[in-house]
Write a protein that binds this ligand. Structure first.
Ligand SMILES: NC(=O)c1ccc[n+]([C@@H]2O[C@H](COP(=O)([O-])OP(=O)(O)OC[C@H]3O[C@@H](n4cnc5c(N)ncnc54)[C@H](O)[C@@H]3O)[C@@H](O)[C@H]2O)c1
Length: 299
């Protein structure tokens, strides 16, 4: 079977590509290389077909999706803070680009599994968050992901579209200022500097390991489920304060976290209810946070 992965040179996409190759599928990788890097898929570069194109290019995308059995859509602009200042671009890539994928998939009858986000929930009324919870994103990035969900609902007649609401995905390979909190803390510790916590550190997150997220995508593609949105998290929470402590301990450094002002658009609590993904997709996380974090060490 042949699958296309958009954003396949990015952080999550590259792990998905590697898992698909391991599972012996034919893989076509699409990426504008705006933020992704071919280095991320260097170990499988001879086994995949790579195309540098932009998902806003409808005709180019259509040519590449023809003949595939399904598409994993990971390409997006992904930085919450940046989304405040570049709202139009975020809309063009994340919403118009995603609609291109949905439209073409509908025309060709391809199943789509795409990256939604826990950011569609905004600040939830209670945790753990069930998929049926209110969707009130609190930043422009999250609003693009909610618009994608509306599109998935609009396109669902006659095409199978599954949106995976990733919680906080972590692992080796997240890059630069766009990386998540774990990578940022690790980068500071590598420089022998204390992690910087925005706010008091009491905010909690559901951290899920990137290899488990790749497997969730494949489980969704292989499942009989046709449409819907599913949480992809562990169902467990860790505070940012605790995360900093654990990473400091693993590093062996004697530093204390620093605190700065809370970030605009940062949610206070995030925790997945994982019942639906367990029951309907047959997927659950396998890697504990401790085991996942250990992979970063020695620094
Ligand atoms: N990392 C997380 O914790 C997290 C959480 C929730 C949802 N997501 C979603 O998962 C997906 C993958 O995120 P990631 O963390 O791997 O980010 P990433 O930035 O590493 O990957 C995104 C990829 O999309 C590519 N891309 C960007 N614009 C493009 C365009 N116009 N055309 C083609 N390719 C383009 C980039 O070059 C990059 O390789 C995204 O849709 C993101 O919104 C990520």
């Amino acid at each position: 079977m042949k699958f296309v992965v958009t954003g396949g040179a990015g952080f999550i996409g590259s792990y998905l590509v590697k898992q698909l190759i391991k599972d012996r599928y034919d893989v076509v990788v699409i990426d504008s290389l705006y933020r992704g890097k071919l280095d991320n898929i260097s170990s499988v570069i001879d086994d995949v077909t790579f195309h540098k194109i932009d998902i806003r290019d409808f005709d180019g995308l259509k040519k590449l999706l023809k003949g595939a059995d399904g598409v994993f859509h990971e390409a997006a602009l992904t930085d919450v803070q940046e989304s405040f200042t570049r709202q139009d671009e975020y809309h063009q890539v994340n919403v118009v680009g995603t609609e291109n994928v949905f439209r073409i998939a509908k025309e060709f009858g391809l199943k789509v599994v795409y990256a939604s986000s826990s950011s569609v929930y905004g600040n939830p009324k209670s945790i753990p968050i069930e998929e049926s919870a209110d969707r009130n994103p609190i930043n422009p990035y999250g609003r693009t992901k909610l618009e994608d969900e509306f599109l998935a609902e609009k396109y669902k007649d006659g095409v199978s579209i599954i949106g995976l609401r990733y919680f906080n995905v972590y692992g080796i390979g997240q890059t630069g200022s766009y990386a998540g909190v774990i990578t940022k803390f690790i980068e500071r510790l590598r420089e022998k500097e204390p992690p910087i916590i925005f706010g008091d550190g009491s905010q909690v997150r559901d951290f899920v390991f990137v290899e488990d997220v790749a497997k969730a995508n494949i489980a969704a593609m292989k499942s009989d489920v046709k449409n819907g949105f599913f949480n992809v998290g562990t169902g467990l929470t860790t505070s940012i304060q605790k995360l900093a402590q654990v990473l400091i301990e693993f590093s062996g450094l004697s530093v204390k976290p620093m605190h700065e002002e809370p970030l605009e658009g940062d949610v206070q609590s995030s925790q997945a209810d994982t019942t639906l993904s367990k029951n309907l997709l047959g997927w659950q996380y396998q890697t504990s946070l401790n085991d996942g974090l250990r992979r970063f060490f020695p620094l």
